[in-house]
Design a protein. Sequence first.
Length: 171
Amino acid sequence: MPLVEQDGAGADKIRTRGELIAQRRLLCGQQVVFTNGCFDLLHAGHRAMLQRARALGDCLMVGVNSDVSVRALKGPGRPVHDEATRLRELAELEWVSYVCLFDEVSVERLVVELAPDILAKGGDYTAEHVVGRQAVESAGGRVVVLPFWPGYSTTDLIARGLDRSPEGERL
């Protein structure tokens, strides 16, 4: 049974964890960039970060937290969009090469399994706090923290939306 409905733009980019790891092995010799996140309410900050991450190498692989792990990280009421929608939205972006879902709260095991050349994260992190940093650096890879776009946190966008009427007035 497919992970998500495999139709539409980008459907060929959606991989299971095992398929993504196998694809990584096939890309030996290419600069593989990996990033991860919840990517709930995909916004301009996400898009800018993903585009910059892709520019760092030949291939951009994206790990996406499952609905279960998003709830564990963000609490009840999240994610806003289900995992199938989030995977599809990311796969439709031209600069994303492959996406896969992971169930753990921490992405560390997936980072170790993929062994990317570059581990990229948004600027709301510092290099020292990027999960998987030690594994990537000890294998000769590097961690890159990309600029943060202020005002584009999904949590903040949701909070701002909840305290406004449909017409945009503060409640």
